[in-house]
Design a protein around this ligand. Sequence first.
Ligand code: PMP
Length: 408
Amino acid sequence: MFDYKSAFERSIEQVRVEGRYRVFADLKRVRGRFPRAVRRREDGTEQDVVVWCSNDYLGMGQHPVVTEAMQAEIEAAGAGAGGTRNISGTTRSAVDLEAELADWHQKEAALLFTSGYVANEATLATLQKILPGLIIFSDALNHASMIAGIRHGGCERHVFRHNDLEHLEGLLAAAPAGAPKLIAFESVYSMDGDIADLKGTIALAHKYGAMTYLDEVHAVGLYGPRGAGVAERDGVLDQIDIIECTLGKAIGVMGGYIAADAVIVDAIRSWASGFIFTTSLPPALTAGALASVRHLKAHPELRDRHQERARTLKARFAAAGIPVMPSESHIVPVFVGDPVHAKMISDMLLDEHGIYVQPINYPTVPKGTERLRFTPSPDHDDGMMDELVRAMDKLWTHCNVARRPAAA
Ligand code: PMP
């Protein structure tokens, strides 16, 4: 009979041999102390740590505006939504949040999903049902959830080299002129921190009659005068057909959404299994996200401070000879180049310095480009940065890792 246990063990062993077996840090976040947290070690003892890799980019997950809104909504509405959107699960705060998100992105409508992953997977798969013969053009570094959605529908697809508009144009030009087309891409790419050329991509979409689908998961809340993302910063909100985002990063809660013309949202709402057949988000969560979005819209100084912290950290690493990779955004990737050293440095930072940054390995990034990815927030102060740069400098020497800037 088939030996199931050995098959599972072999699959784990393979990951271990490749040096990418994941160990999660066990963290307790304590309100009012962001970005500090308390880590539980394997032996059960506790350690104070500074978290340097959170995607709660602005600390909104700990902000009283958000936590108080969530507490009030739990008191008022209870814990769960009680059903799918269709069957009793359309809560007042979900409806209000969708209106707020539509306004944020200057679109007619928005639609909530369980997560950003589900928003991408469900929407990209469903577009293929709605638009027969659709051809999707997908950036090579698109997130796993976009790839899953594109593959799920089984339509013709072409992958263009990352941020390479010439390659994209060649592929668009080779496709039948009358066919429906969709260009799927991200604004801020989370592992390298580079930013797509939105205007150039839109120009190609117009030239070849394609729709545009933009993932702003790592940009919403962080760019643009009202924090609506890179499309707002670049003044092209009205020219992107579908914007997809998460509520789980700068907004600080959990969930995902799309924003688009009403007719697009209505069609996705009507056809997407990943929207229709699942319990809707808890009301406290949508109330927290609503409070967060309203706060983010009104507080550009958070974004200014966030950008300043990222610039400062990049400059300080560079001055210390730490190979910070080129990044146009708030993301600060540091090149290591192999999974063993990336894990070793991460472990030593945590155990010896109380600094937590998770190593980023294949398949999240290509083999040979393993890195540490720092995400400074407005709440990382100069003292925390001093300690980080000192510790990194020491470990770089200790582990004998290259100091040259990486060309990855
Ligand atoms: N898109 C991108 C670019 C992401 O990085 C992520 C999550 N890391 C997602 C989508 C999925 O978002 P969520 O975490 O809300 O599922």
